[in-house]
Write a protein that binds this ligand. Structure first.
Ligand code: FAD
Length: 379
């Protein structure tokens, strides 16, 4: 009998829990620790912002997992002891035979002065309703989507939000100019120049202004302060800076870097039997960029970590390797989505393409969510 602790019950944690459950005997415990009582996929945030879906429609209670052989502990993880494969949850110490850290990325809006007061944070579940209401009641003008840092969850999402917001305002006849700014020199550096050209051409066709090399230093009422000047806005929807959760960094898992370090093939950290997956890790690519933070990678990394843990616990060997293949559907408005797909670990640079906008890709995106909710929660 063994016990595997999974810290974080988001995309990666859920995928890992189910993978382990299917690989281990019923007497082996799989314990998932999460502060939130429910799960909802990140992609719902774009829909909730413009009202094409709501968070509740994709929200599932984690306690449903109990009936599927996964123990759920609801609480705040305040410490991780990697040598002991243990964690402290609301003052209670839990120890395991293996540990998976799947804590995602923390948001740090406080690192941009004025963000909290003047920006609608569209990445936080708790602030989306207010952002959606602000969008519904806007009289138009300059509507900005602001990206605060280079490393953030789902790099295509802010562009998707720009397309959807543009559609939303146009359909309501609101006289607005939608714009996106980013500190990056191009829209999605990881997809390369050709992919960026496709995306930026689409932004331009839709009349959305794109401002690369715009690092927001501070936000004041109605104005963003950039290093080279100021930008006026009537409504600012923003992606806050991201950082590694403090509890993972203080456990020594980042090894001095900004995110948790792992063996990129096995997802094992420098502590034997301790794995990390998803947004909390940083995986360098052949061209020195970093693997994008996406649910699809959290899921495939979960599978790899689960294989290695199951093999170690049952005395076998595992040759599962994270292969860096991934995809997502980037909605571009008018009921269409583009597929971003490729081999992100290819050398000398990721081999990723962005396909033509198709209505069928939007259906595939809905199916992406539905199949996982069915698999993980049964409905
Ligand atoms: C708008 C948007 C659209 C997206 N669209 C897509 C898409 O189409 N396809 C795709 O593949 N990905 C998409 N993503 C990205 C995807 O949501 C993330 O990459 C994915 O959720 C990462 O999984 P994770 O398990 O690493 O982290 P998370 O899913 O964030 O899970 C981490 C969990 O850990 C918990 N946690 C953290 N700290 C503690 C603590 N101290 N104590 C207890 N619990 C804690 C959190 O509450 C959280 O539930 C999108 C994201 C956004 C924001």
């Amino acid at each position: 009998m063994s016990r595997t602790l999974i810290l974080g019950g988001g995309f990666g944690g859920l995928a890992a829990a189910h993978a382990l459950r299917s690989m281990l005997a019923a007497t082996d415990e799989v314990v998932l620790v999460e502060r939130q009582p429910t799960f909802v996929m990140g992609l719902r945030k774009s829909w909730a912002l413009v009202g094409s879906g709501d968070l509740a429609g994709g929200e599932r209670r984690l306690d449903l997992l109990t009936g599927r052989g996964i123990e759920v502990v609801t609480g705040e993880i305040t410490a991780i002891e990697p040598e002991a494969k243990a964690a402290v949850v609301d003052g209670r110490r839990l120890a395991g035979d293996a540990l998976i850290v799947a804590l995602g990325a923390a948001r740090a809006p406080e690192s941009v002065p004025g963000f909290g007061e003047n920006v609608h944070n569209v990445y936080e579940r708790s602030s989306l309703a207010r952002a959606a209401e602000a969008l519904r009641s806007t009289k138009g003008g300059a509507i900005a989507i602001g990206i605060s840092s280079a490393s953030h969850t789902c790099p295509p999402a802010p562009y998707e939000m720009a397309f959807l917001v543009n559609d939303f305002l146009r359909s309501r006849g609101v006289p607005a100019r939608v714009e996106v700014f980013t500190p990056q020199p191009m829209s999605l550096p990881v997809v390369g120049q050709a992919g960026c050209d496709v995306l930026e051409a689409r932004l331009s066709e839709e009349g959305i202004d794109f401002y690369p090399n715009h690092q927001a230093l501070a936000v004041e009422p109605g104005e963003v302060v950039f290093s080279g000047g100021r930008g006026r806005f009537d409504l600012l929807l923003g992606v806050p800076p991201h950082r590694c959760p403090a509890v993972a960094a203080s456990a020594g898992l980042t090894d001095g870097g900004p995110w948790v370090k792992v063996n990129p093939s096995t997802m094992e950290t420098r502590f034997p039997g301790v794995y990390a997956i998803g947004d909390v890790v940083e995986i360098p690519l052949a061209n020195k960029m970093m693997l994008p933070k996406a649910g699809v990678f959290a899921e495939s990394q979960a599978q790899v970590a689960a294989f290695h843990i199951a093999a170690a616990l049952t005395g076998g060997t595992a040759n599962a390797v994270f292969n860096g293949e991934g995809y997502c559907y980037l909605e571009v408005g008018r009921g269409l989505a583009m597929e971003v797909r490729g081999d992100f670990l290819a050398a000398p640079a990721p081999a990723v393409s962005i396909g033509a906008p198709l209505a069928s890709h939007l259906n595939e995106k809905r199916d992406f969510e539905a199949t996982r909710l069915r698999k993980w929660f049964g409905a």
